[in-house]
Write a protein that binds this ligand. Structure first.
Ligand code: HEM
Length: 146
């Protein structure tokens, strides 16, 4: 086999193996995953630009978008709920909704700090939100998706 032929074969195999999987994964996103992905994109940008006072308006828009997605998330149920024993399921969902309310409250705190040009307050709120994200996923996300 020539090196060129091997390269072409390898590229073709990559397309065949990876492309259908990528689109399959997209189709399979749960409504909650969709909201989380929206939240994640804004959160990543927010983390990068929060220290930049010239981006204040944009940061406030990102926070508003995250809060909207968090409100929508609260009305959905984690996929893991189906794996929780029936006797514990109601509590699991109540706890999830309470954690989502706490997340919105955390973004309210961040919003206030940004509006007040309080850089230290914004940094502290962001750290708290990053922790909430980690804790929320540990508790409510399916093990295989973590
Ligand atoms: C800034 C905060 C957060 C961000 C940026 C975030 C981001 C994400 C991302 C990127 C995913 C994976 C989506 C995918 O697979 O396409 C995810 C999944 C998930 N997140 Fe979050 N998350 C945050 C906070 C939370 C909190 C506080 C909770 C719980 C109260 C939570 C519960 C979940 C659950 C349950 C899933 C799995 C989705 C499902 O079960 O259908 N997340 N999140």
């Amino acid at each position: 086999m020539t090196a060129k032929f091997a390269t072409i074969l390898c590229a073709a195999a990559t397309v065949l193996v990876c492309a259908p999987r990528a689109s399959f994964a997209d189709e399979k996103k749960t409504p909650l995953e969709e909201q989380m992905s929206t939240m994640n994109k804004s959160f990543k940008t927010l983390k990068k630009q929060l220290g930049d006072p010239s981006k204040k308006d944009s940061s406030l828009e990102l926070i508003a978008a995250i809060k909207k997605a968090a409100h929508a998330s609260k009305d959905l149920e984690p996929a893991k709920a189906k794996d929780v024993p029936e006797k514990d399921r109601a509590k699991f969902i109540t706890d999830y909704k309470a954690a989502m309310d706490k997340l919105v409250t955390g973004f309210d705190t961040l919003e206030k700090a940004v509006k007040a040009d309080n850089a230290d307050g914004a940094k502290a709120a962001l750290e708290d939100l990053t922790k909430q994200k980690g804790d929320g996923h540990k508790q409510f996300q399916k093990d295989e998706d973590k």
